[in-house]
Design a protein around this ligand. Structure first.
Ligand code: CAA
Length: 388
């Protein structure tokens, strides 16, 4: 596969890189250390159109393709994955889900504000007892006639404390299993929405991750997305695209690690020469570059399949799997190239190493991606067409 970016895609990539260097890089170490949410930067991302990139302009979005979104995610994640996960959840889990499956009224009321970044959204699927095993939803949405009564606890919620809108998966018909789950649009200003403490995390520390409790929250019936019982399918279909966004984040972490390692290897001298001239270091850089290019091909391919209206669930899982594993490996190697300097915050690579870890966990662990890939393989269906 050979990819040549269009002029628009190239412009998006450059704009994202320029924004990242100008607005995200300064202060990224402090925000990470002190868990400071990048409020001003997120506001700017909304103004620049990074929070509703793929949304139709009639709802306030940028009307761009998935490829452009992936390129922006990659550039921003080279430096600040706290900012890019805020962006990813809003774009691909919240805006995309609403645009694809919401009613016209829901789009007018919510999507228009989410796509511009006036409001931020959260996607509330995970529970204390339902992470990888997402069908085991315990949160309940009891049908009360013209509203649902929502009760339960969601955890690991990105944008948990800063979002105005939650898309909440909840069980309405326990006897039907996952086919009884509904997806509900919840406004966090409503009575009964309780935001738990912010999580103190290993990485993406400036992003805002919370446990959320819903205590007798009255959700109007018109806030259900899709038909009764569509909620689990909604979550899965939305996550299929979300995983491409996280794959792009992982790719960015890997590429950012390589950029830093390459720069350092040219500046740092040992035994009278820059360290890249030592084969031990030069070969590490070569391996990183080769593996990153493999991941990049998978991530761009998944984005292009989605843009062409082709099946992308399995390619998206492959992209996330390979990019997340590559990010972890590349970031560890970048720290090694830096030696002792890599172990301190000033040189950025230790943060990339900590940030890389979450890409192997959220929006489906690497093991869940393997499950998705192997199940489809065993069905004998061709889910992985090449694009030439
Ligand atoms: N698209 C459409 N439908 C899908 C689907 C997809 N990609 N994947 C599954 N389904 C459907 C199945 O067809 C099935 O429907 P029917 O029974 O009606 O045919 C239903 O969903 C249940 O699927 P399975 O029978 O395969 O269920 P399972 O329990 O064996 O496996 C799973 C499901 C794939 C493991 C799923 O639970 C899963 O993806 N788990 C990981 C959860 C996850 O990714 N969480 C991320 C949280 S959000 C997040 O992390 C955001 C953030 O903070 C950054």
């Amino acid at each position: 596969m050979i990819y040549k970016l269009t002029e628009e895609q190239q412009a998006v990539k450059e704009a994202a890189r320029e924004f990242t260097q100008r607005e995200l890089l300064p202060g990224v170490i402090d925000r990470d250390r002190d868990m400071i949410y990048p409020k001003e930067q997120v506001k700017m991302m909304g103004e620049l159109g990074f929070l509703g990139m793929m949304v139709d302009p009639q709802y306030g979005g940028g009307g761009m393709d998935t490829m452009s979104y992936v390129l922006a995610m990659e550039e921003i994640s080279k430096v600040d994955s706290s900012a890019s996960v805020i962006m990813s959840v809003n774009n691909s889990l919240v805006c995309w889900g609403l645009e694809e499956f919401g009613t016209e009224d829901q789009k007018q009321k919510y999507l228009t504000k989410l796509a511009t970044g006036e409001w931020i959204g959260a996607f509330c699927l995970s529970e204390p007892g339902a992470g990888s095993d997402a069908t085991s939803q315990q949160t309940t949405a009891v049908d009360m006639g013209d509203y649902y009564l929502l009760n339960g606890t969601k955890n690991w919620i990105t944008n948990g404390g800063t979002s105005r809108i939650h898309l909440v998966m909840a069980q309405s018909h326990p006897d039907r299993g996952h086919r009884g789950v509904n997806a509900l649009i919840v406004d966090t200003s409503w009575e009964g929405v309780e935001i738990g403490a912010k999580e103190d995390k290993l990485g993406i520390r400036a992003s805002d991750t919370h446990t959320i409790m819903y205590n007798d929250v009255k959700v109007p019936k018109e806030n259900r997305i899709g038909d009764d019982g569509f909620g689990f399918k909604f979550a899965m279909k939305t996550l299929s695209g979300g995983r491409i966004g996280i794959a792009a984040q992982a790719l960015g972490i890997a590429a950012g690690s390589l950029e830093l390692a390459t720069q350092y290897a040219q500046e740092r001298e040992t035994f009278g020469v820059p360290i890249y001239k030592h084969q031990a270091v030069g070969f590490k850089l070569a391996d990183m570059e080769t593996e990153i290019e493999v991941a990049r091909l998978q991530v761009y391919r998944a984005a292009q399949l989605k843009d062409r209206g082709m099946e992308y669930t399995v390619p998206g899982s492959m992209a996330k799997l390979v990019a997340a594993e590559t990010a972890m490996k590349a970031a560890v190697e970048a720290v090694q190239v830096h030696g002792g300097y890599g172990y301190v915050k000033e040189y950025h690579v230790e943060r990339l190493m900590r940030d890389a870890k979450i890409t192997q966990i959220y929006e489906g662990t690497s093991e869940i991606q393997k499950l998705v890939i192997s199940r489809n393989l065993l069905k004998g269906e061709l889910y992985s067409p090449m694009i030439f």
